[in-house]
Design a protein around this ligand. Sequence first.
Ligand code: HEC
Length: 127
Amino acid sequence: MAVGAVVFFGAGQTTTPKDNTSALVEIEIPAELSGHAIIGKRLYQENCLACHGENAVGQDKVAPPLVHKIYEPSHHGDESFQRAIAVGVRAHHWNFGNMPKIEGLTRTDVAAIISYIRELQRYNGIS
Ligand code: HEC
C-alpha cells in the first residue's frame, strides 16, 4: 500500500481557522504517527474527512471536531466510534444533524481510524 507522506501538514504545523476557514478547533499535528495510525489516517481521509474535516478539526455547519474533549476515551470509548460507523449517530451533542452509517469498513479498519484520532487527541492533551 502506498502510504505517502507521514503527515499531511508538515511537522509541528497547526491547523488554524486561517488555513481552513471551516475548521472548528485549532490543533497541533504530531510530527509522526504510529504505523497503525498512518493506515487509519488514509481510511479517515477516504471515509470521514468530507464531513469531520482535515485532521478531524470539524467543519462548520457539517460535522463536529473529533479532536475534542467530548470524544475523549472516557466519554466516547472506542466502542462508541465502532457503533457510530456501524449504525450511524442520531444528533445529540450538536446541531449538525445525524451521521449516516458508513458502509464498507471492517471493525479492523475502524480500529485503525480510532488509533489515528486517539493519537491526534493525545498530542493535543485530550486523553
Ligand atoms: C455525512 C457526514 C459524516 C460522515 C461521512 C462521518 N460523520 Fe461522524 N458524525 C457526523 C455528525 C453530523 C455527527 C454529530 C452527531 C451528534 O450531534 O452528536 C457525527 C458524530 C460522530 C461521532 C460521535 C458519536 C457519538 O456517539 O456521539 C463519531 C465517533 C464519529 N462521528 C466518527 C466518524 C468517523 C470515524 C467517520 C468515518 C469513518 C465519520 N464519523 C464519518 C457526520 C459524519
